[in-house]
Design a protein around this ligand. Structure first.
Ligand SMILES: Nc1nc2c(c(=O)[nH]1)N[C@H]1C(S)=C(S)[C@@H](COP(=O)(O)OP(=O)(O)OC[C@H]3O[C@@H](n4cnc5c(N)ncnc54)[C@H](O)[C@@H]3O)O[C@H]1N2
Ligand code: MOO
Length: 656
């Protein structure tokens, strides 16, 4: 790239900010809605067999009674209830049998006259004259000459064992309202009233287009710097969930000639969703192309919320055209807030019920002033029955935050932070309110995955929140988890985990993870040396870049012990995980770091062992007897699980 190219890039990026007139969330929504045509798409008739998941376009009125006739609900005898008065085991009433048998589907020919009865089966039509049925168990039949007789040994009241015509559904009754989503249950009702086909709302067709030179379709090989297109997949599925029909237009390069015809194609649908390229200075293509729309065109570009600031909302001829931010959490969140309600309306669905629950935040949450900040949270029940809202703070670029969230909290634009213990209202996402059987909070490890994976396989629900060892310990102290997974070394004594316990907490031995220096294989500065030699030499070499761990992590304490007073190049970096350290070294952004052996193996890195770290489980005493905790302990002791941990490269000590 020439200097001129670089200058042009920077200038464009700076100019870009200027047309972002940032409006509030509510203002953006109001402008969007003002111009949209939100009437449901027309109706279409589909066979009942194809109606699952569709939305009823009109109320359904029954044209028949269900049952369609007075129907016996038992095998027995149709009688006049009055005839059975006074019947008992020792005082049977004797009735003469009429000359017909009413199996299901037969239309009765004979009247049940006083003193007579007719045999009928479950589902059989009640004959004229009869008003009740006696179960066959309460009778005895015999012959007397030519006559067939039945002894009734139990009296019945009028209506006994008879399902009256129309008692389930009456002719003329409205059995379902428009807007109803057809599940297997509704389909059963429609079949029962004889509907072979049904009128449903036409699915709104929603065009989905991802943009960006770096975006690669899942299934394709990935190259350095590229990312898989998760937005299109998640949007297509979300559109289907909302009763729409996704029309995938694929991925457009940052090239006007490629993007413009795809946008044109998308405009033939009922809605068009793009993602990416709304805020970046270099490209900004999607916005430029969308800005050519009229009637009225763009109504908001830039909304004072986080995530989602670069959202671009446009309407053309009543049709929504939205450029969602490229970052997955931002894209999902803005879709959920601005697009989903619109698609629901177009699909004929009523607005989603908003459900919120009260909770407190267990840790301080910093926030950016000037934007309403939405923080995805996972809910956990505390010892007093109240809920704690753990932030899934992975930033706008994460894909997992939205999928793992139980809901989100909104932080006021004026607030700089929400302090630990503050009560908040959590708006739920999704409706699964069943709390998990086992809550594990703390440091993440693939070994832990092996244990919880076993429990999930056995049908247990497990919620695992990765907030680091200190976060896990704090959660255990507050009684918010069943198990806290920690690996904390006491810098003074060098002992692991035990020094951090309180009388209310117990420790269960987990496994050992070998920590050491990771480096690219073949790097002579490390190859064949001990960790101590190599580390101290590397610390003196200004060209040898360290990727350090975040302050407070067990690995950082270990690194600091190795380094002593030395502060090598890269010392101030704060990678948050073993994987992050390994990637930085593998990709050459740094030359060395401290991580666990299993991760070094995973990334094909060289490894110089330093020390075995204790990865153990803290369990609050008052939770130890819970069945899910007992099953966790059983899984940990299970030879198959221990074998798996060993295969992953961990050392599993004998159970205590
Ligand atoms: N100087 C500034 N830079 C940025 C600002 C700002 O105000 N000033 N805003 C930031 C905010 S907020 C967000 S959110 C992002 C959004 O940027 P864009 O909407 O322009 O999206 P891209 O730059 O194209 O991509 C961002 C990010 O997301 C990845 N991406 C894009 N499409 C997909 C996809 N289909 N599937 C998965 N991931 C995708 C892309 O690779 C980037 O990593 O801008 C900030 N910058
Ligand atoms: O507001 Mo951007 O949408 O997440 O960071």
């Amino acid at each position: 790239m020439s200097n001129q190219d670089i200058r042009r890039f920077v200038a464009q990026a700076a100019r870009q900010e200027q047309f972002l007139e940032v409006v509030s969330r509510d203002e953006a929504e109001a402008r969007f809605r003002r111009h949209l045509d939100l009437t449901p798409k027309g109706a279409e008739t589909v066979p009942l067999g194809a109606a699952l998941g569709r939305v009823l376009a009109a109320d359904v009125v029954a044209e028949v009674d269900v049952p369609g006739f007075d129907r016996s609900s038992v095998d027995g005898f149709a009688v006049r209830a009055a005839d059975t008065q006074g019947a008992g085991e020792d005082t049977p009433v004797v009735l003469r049998l009429n000359d017909e048998v009413l199996s299901a589907g037969r239309v009765p020919a004979l009247t049940v006259a006083p003193g007579t009865a007719t045999v009928l089966a479950t589902g059989g039509m009640l004959p004229r004259g009869a008003d009740a049925v006696v179960m066959v168990e309460h009778t005895e039949s015999h012959e007397e000459g030519d006559a067939l007789l039945v002894e009734i040994r139990k009296p019945v009241v009028p209506g006994a064992f008879v399902a009256a015509a129309g008692s389930d559904i009456g002719r003329g009754e409205t059995v379902m309202r428009r807007g109803q989503v057809l599940t297997s249950r509704e389909i059963g009702v429609l079949a029962a009233i004889g509907r072979g086909e049904v009128s449903v709302v036409r699915r709104p067709r929603v065009a989905i287009l991802s943009t960006g030179d770096e975006i690669v379709a899942p299934g394709e090989p990935i190259r350095p710097g590229a990312v898989y297109d998760s937005n299109a997949a998640v949007l297509a599925a979300a559109v289907e969930e909302l009763g729409g029909e996704p029309v995938r237009l694929g991925i457009a390069r940052d090239d006007e000639a490629e993007l413009a015809p795809l946008v044109e194609q998308g405009l033939a649908c009922d809605a068009l969703l793009l993602s990416g390229g709304t805020s970046k200075g270099a490209g900004d293509l999607s916005h430029r192309i969308i800005s050519r729309l009229s009637d009225p065109g763009i109504v908001a570009h830039g909304v004072a919320l986080k995530p989602g600031k670069p959202l671009c909302l446009a309407v053309t001829k009543g049709k929504p055209v939205v450029v969602l931010p490229g970052f997955p959490t931002s894209a999902m969140f803005t879709f959920h807030e601005f697009v989903a309600p619109v698609l629901r309306a177009l699909a004929g669905l009523p607005p989603a019920a908003k459900e919120s629950v009260d909770a407190t935040v267990p840790m301080r949450l910093g926030s950016e002033r000037g934007r309403t900040e939405y923080v995805m949270v996972s809910l956990v029940r505390g010892p007093d029955g109240g809920l704690a809202a753990y932030p899934l703070s992975k930033g706008s670029g994460a894909v997992t935050a939205f999928s793992a969230a139980d809901g989100f909290i909104a932080i006021d634009p004026q607030a700089e932070a929400v302090e630990a213990g503050t009560p908040v209202s959590v708006q739920r996402i999704g409706r699964d309110t069943r709390p998990a059987d086992l809550i594990v909070i703390g440091s993440h490890c693939v070994g832990l995955d092996a244990i919880t994976g076993r429990l999930v396989g056995e049908g247990l629900t497990v919620k695992a929140l990765n907030v680091g060892s200190m976060g896990g310990l704090a959660a255990a102290r507050r009684g918010e988890c069943d198990v806290a997974a920690i690996h904390l070394m006491d810098p003074k004594s060098g002992a692991y985990n035990h020094p951090f316990l309180t009388p209310a907490l117990g420790l269960v031995t987990g496994y050992r993870r070998l920590q050491g220096i990771v480096f690219r294989k073949g790097d002579v500065r490390f190859e064949g040396k001990t960790a101590e030699e190599a580390g101290l030499a590397a610390a003196q070499d200004p060209d040898c870049i360290l990727v350090n761990r975040n302050a407070g992590s067990g690995t950082r304490i270990l690194t600091d012990r190795l380094l002593g007073a030395a502060r090598p190049t890269g010392y101030w970096s704060q990678a948050k995980s073993h994987n992050a350290v390994a990637v930085a070294v593998a990709q050459g952004r740094a030359d060395w770091g401290v991580a666990i052996e299993s991760v070094a193996t995973l990334y094909g890195l060289g490894f110089l062992p330093l020390q075995a770290e204790h990865y153990d489980f803290v369990i609050p005493n008052d939770r130890r007897d819970r069945p899910a905790v007992q099953r966790f302990l059983a899984a940990l002791a299970d030879p198959a699980v221990r074998e798996k941990l060993t295969a992953l490269g961990f050392t599993v000590p004998e159970a205590e």
